[in-house]
Write a protein that binds this ligand. Sequence first.
Ligand code: ADP
Ligand code: ADP
Ligand code: MG
Length: 456
Amino acid sequence: MSETSPARVLVANRGEIALRIIRAAHSIGWEAVAVFSDVDEDARWVELADDAVHIGASPATKSYLDIDAIVSAAKSSGCAYVHPGYGFLAERPEFSRRVAESGLTFVGPAANVIEEMGDKALARRTAERAGVPTVPGTEVLSDVEAAAAAAEDLGYPVLVKASAGGGGKGIRVVADADELREVIPAAQAEARSAFDDPAIYLEKAVLDARHIEVQILGDAHGNVIHVFERDCSVQRRRQKLLEEAPAPHLAPHLRDAITSAAVRLVAEIGYEGAGTVEFIVDGEEFYFIEMNTRIQVEHPITEEISGIDLVAEQLHIAAGRELSVAQEDVTIQGAAIQFRINAENHQQDFFPSPGTLTAFDAPGGPGVRVDAGVVAGGQVPPYYDSLVAKIIVHGRDREAALARGEQALSELHIDGILTTRDLHLELLRAADLRNGPVTTNWLENTWLPTSFPDSV
Ligand code: ADP
Ligand code: ADP
Ligand code: MG
């Protein structure tokens, strides 16, 4: 390649995040190469990319999880960079390692950093070293009796967590010792089959807490900044459904304490790239739970309140450039909310609802952003995550964002599959949410049983 040819990035993902990465690449004058499985041949992001490579059959293990196929696609299409998006291979250290060993640049941290922070039990230790409070808990446990003794000390209920877990999977709430003895072997087996790693550990269950996370950016020149926080407490099955930035009603001294703890942690490991440090917050107490060493599904709300293009920053960081902003220039402008539109039937325990989108009419207007990987007539395949689109609204304050959310969701029209759209519209009318803040149990334990009694 000549010196003047644009940088090329391989987008090792699908759906809305593939499109998001292509847009970021184009916005800074880079080219983007898509990959696709059989079922995704005619997808929107494949069309918008500068080039596209077929990497295999529809099941993810035969395409988007196939490291060999993806690395070959990057090389054969002349890419110097590989962006993993989220999910799939994004937090697999062996992927980052293989990309680097193939002479390509991984858009994200080096394999050893993913190993250290992507493993939750190891990350807890790093947090402690950095003086960041963690939830009372244990190291990795292999024997049931040791687990039972530790749980006795922590006090029930406890959570059994897979060190390699993610996406809300690999977490179980345990009420007493009998249940714990039963759950440990099953949790290990499940962790081995789902994450290829049987390691599990215990954490005290913090009831009635908020999920608050901090967006981080670090470059190769030693600069680390935070881009404030997001509140992701509206969850079902420990998976996020609606996210807000900034966190509503968060006292300024707590915001300062949480954001600086996140920066301290990341500085401790010399982190390069975008990342998210997750906490649970109970009154004045906050505890580190995990770090995601990748771009997050809910990153757009941070972009809306800060004006920073986080994905473009990721590409610049990978190319060795300094962060485009200094900490003192990062400010919160207004409030933003993201609604995850998933192909799910919330009336039936959020069961997936794949199929053909016979209609997809997106909302618009000031302060409304739609990040979607689909178009009308397209498919929501059964093989992957159920996220179809993200509706992101921004207003000069939270009231304005909530009002825009209602308008945008009422304009959104989807046919052919069931989605979480109606659930979100209903949620926006909930006084608990409007008054805020809510905790991570609120949706499942309080709101769903009263608003949709048939669904639980
Ligand atoms: P976020 O943490 O960005 O809010 P989610 O938890 O909703 O994202 O996960 C986004 C997608 O990534 C989901 O499809 C989820 O199953 C997947 N995912 C998250 N963490 C992991 C992991 N450790 N291993 C495999 N897939 C993961
Ligand atoms: P994942 O990797 O699947 O995102 P996390 O460790 O981030 O797993 O936990 C997912 C969710 O589970 C959190 O957002 C929170 O709602 C809940 N959770 C995690 N740890 C605790 C805890 N110790 N006590 C109470 N709730 C927790
Ligand atoms: Mg998490």
